[in-house]
Design a protein around this ligand. Structure first.
Ligand SMILES: Cc1cc2nc3c(=O)[nH]c(=O)nc-3n(C[C@H](O)[C@H](O)[C@H](O)COP(=O)(O)OP(=O)(O)OC[C@H]3O[C@@H](n4cnc5c(N)ncnc54)[C@H](O)[C@@H]3O)c2cc1C
Ligand SMILES: NC(=O)c1ccc[n+]([C@@H]2O[C@H](COP(=O)([O-])OP(=O)(O)OC[C@H]3O[C@@H](n4cnc5c(N)ncnc54)[C@H](O)[C@@H]3O)[C@@H](O)[C@H]2O)c1
Length: 458
């Protein structure tokens, strides 16, 4: 069998569905192919389920603190993990089914379930059928890396995907990797009631951040009773009775860590190894990411790559932004480019860590004269009223142009508040615009102008 389309989208991640609908609405006969769950990682095993579970964990945490607020509960907090999981499954299924029914109800769009593989630059095989199109869009995302650790193949382990099936409380969760996935699960399971140990190979947590930010995050997590081992090189993984045992070396010294369950959170790899890219002549880099230009074209004319698979971003918002860039160039004669994007992301521990633009070490390395403003969250009325004063805010400004270079907000609502700074960066306005703005009391945002009043040389 052989089918001809105007456009084919492979994968239903965070850019594929929106693009497929836009293509179909523009009159292109379009097919979208999904091999597993509609909505991809974010919907099924990533952002949505983890943030739903984090919400349950926060309720447990708040309930344990109830007496501090004068609210007396007459029995200890009990977390029913089966109900926690059922709530998460409901939220996920709403999104997953929403994507599927949106795609299926779009005129001019054919939805195909199966694994797609390139046969040529403009031909894709799925379920034994060859589909051809002049325009092909790759949105296949990535999956958890499983490291080559001695003994691992003989031990049961979890990844962010299999964690979604957990409906019980692991007595002691060992987490290898102290970055986004590791730390979000660490705090979540600690709050559900598990013992948690994080084993990180690098010298500090969330290695992309400035060391003092990592140190502040470490202090918050340790304050909740999470054990953190840094600089840990895992020598061996083995099963001992009901336990998983890790033998770890650190600067020549060796020690053992054991727990009931093991979660691997050591990064992700792109889903390009089973996509037949060689048959299409599509270039990848040394780590398997599809090489794209600033408009997300691959080296093959008529083939684009969007989302995590292009290595230009690793977040839902970067994938969705990829869709906007491709659509603007294809349909709107608007030459949007990835190069115009300002880095922005958050780590959803509680309180969250939000980051935009450059980190302090990047500004220092650039050699440009810069100013910095810092404020402890303990100074923020909203934080004190809620007894959630952990963390601090920090903003970096170019001393000459007065433009904001970057910001880090570790504190309650930092993930929302940071957008006022981000939007000033996008408007290319000086920091004085926000410094002179009147913000609403009592919010976290009201302190942002004050934060910008006391800038000192970096
Ligand atoms: C635990 C976790 C938490 C996260 N939390 C956040 C967060 O809070 N905020 C945030 O911004 N980001 C978060 N992310 C990252 C976010 O999930 C991804 O960046 C986002 O999903 C973008 O993915 P994508 O569009 O590239 O494709 P994906 O969402 O990965 O989807 C790709 C789809 O393609 C399908 N596919 C793959 N190969 C083929 C093939 N050959 N044929 C057919 N179909 C195929 C897959 O089955 C999948 O459905 C998280 C990730 C994880 C793992
Ligand atoms: N809040 C969010 O937006 C969010 C949340 C979760 C995941 N994500 C996305 O998922 C991606 C993957 O996250 P991640 O945390 O798995 O990966 P990561 O690449 O951010 O971090 C992996 C960590 O594991 C450590 N590590 C690697 N091998 C190790 C080993 N053998 N022993 C000990 N430590 C080891 C690394 O030093 C690093 O700190 C992120 O890039 C992010 O884009 C985003």
């Amino acid at each position: 069998m052989h089918q001809r389309y105007d456009a084919i989208v492979i994968g239903t991640g965070q850019s594929g569905p929106s693009l497929a609908v836009r293509l179909a609405q523009a009159g292109r006969k379009t097919a979208i192919i999904e091999r597993k769950n509609f909505g991809g990682t974010c919907v099924n095993t990533g952002c949505i389920p983890t943030k739903t579970l984090i919400a349950s964990a926060r309720v447990a945490h708040t309930a344990r603190r109830a007496a501090e607020f004068g609210v007396m509960l007459d029995s200890p907090v009990v977390v029913d993990m089966a109900r926690v999981k059922a709530r998460k499954d409901l939220v996920v299924s709403q999104s997953n089914q929403g994507v599927a029914s949106w795609l299926r109800s779009t005129p001019n769009l054919t939805v195909i379930e199966g694994h797609a593989r390139f046969e040529s630059a403009h031909g894709v095989m799925v379920n034994g059928e060859l589909l051809e199109a002049d325009e092909i869009f790759i949105n296949v995302g990535g999956r958890a890396t499983v490291p080559d650790l001695p003994g691992l193949k003989d031990v049961d382990f979890l990844t962010n995907s299999s964690m979604m099936e957990v409906d019980f409380l692991p007595p002691h969760l060992l987490i290898v990797g102290g970055s986004y996935i590791g730390l979000e699960f660490a705090q979540m399971y600690r709050r559900f009631g598990s013992e948690v140990t994080v084993i990180e190979g690098g010298p500090h947590l969330i290695g992309r951040e400035d060391e003092k930010v990592s140190a502040a995050v470490k202090e918050i997590l340790e304050g909740e009773g999470i054990q953190i081992r840094l600089g840990a090189k895992i020598q061996r993984v083995e099963k001992r009775g009901d336990l998983v045992l890790l033998t770890v070396s650190d600067n020549g010294a060796s020690y053992e860590v054991s727990g009931s369950h093991l979660l691997l959170a050591v990064g992700r790899i792109p889903n390009t190894d089973d996509l037949g890219l060689d048959k299409a002549g599509i270039k990848t880099d040394a780590r398997g990411y599809v090489v794209v230009d600033d408009q997300l074209h691959t080296n093959v004319t008529g083939v684009w790559a969007l989302g995590d698979v292009n290595g230009r971003g690793a977040f839902t918002h970067t994938s969705y932004n990829d869709y906007e860039i491709v659509a603007a160039n294809l349909f709107d004669n608007d030459k949007r480019s990835v190069a115009d994007r300002i880095q922005a992301y958050a780590l959803f521990i509680d309180p969250p860590l939000a980051r935009i633009g450059m980190a302090e070490r990047e500004v220092r390395a650039s050699g440009r004269p810069a100013l910095v403003g810092t404020m402890q969250m303990a100074r923020v009325g909203r934080a004190r009223e809620r007894s959630e004063t952990q963390g601090y805010m920090s903003v970096l400004v170019d001393a000459e142009t007065k433009k904001i270079l970057g910001a880090m907000l570790l504190g309650i609502e930092g993930d929302e508040v940071i957008h006022s700074l981000l939007d000033v960066m996008y408007s290319d306005a000086p920091y004085t615009v926000i410094q002179r703005a009147m913000h609403i009391h009592p919010t976290v945002s009201e302190l942002v102008p004050t934060l910008l009043q006391d800038l000192t040389p970096l």
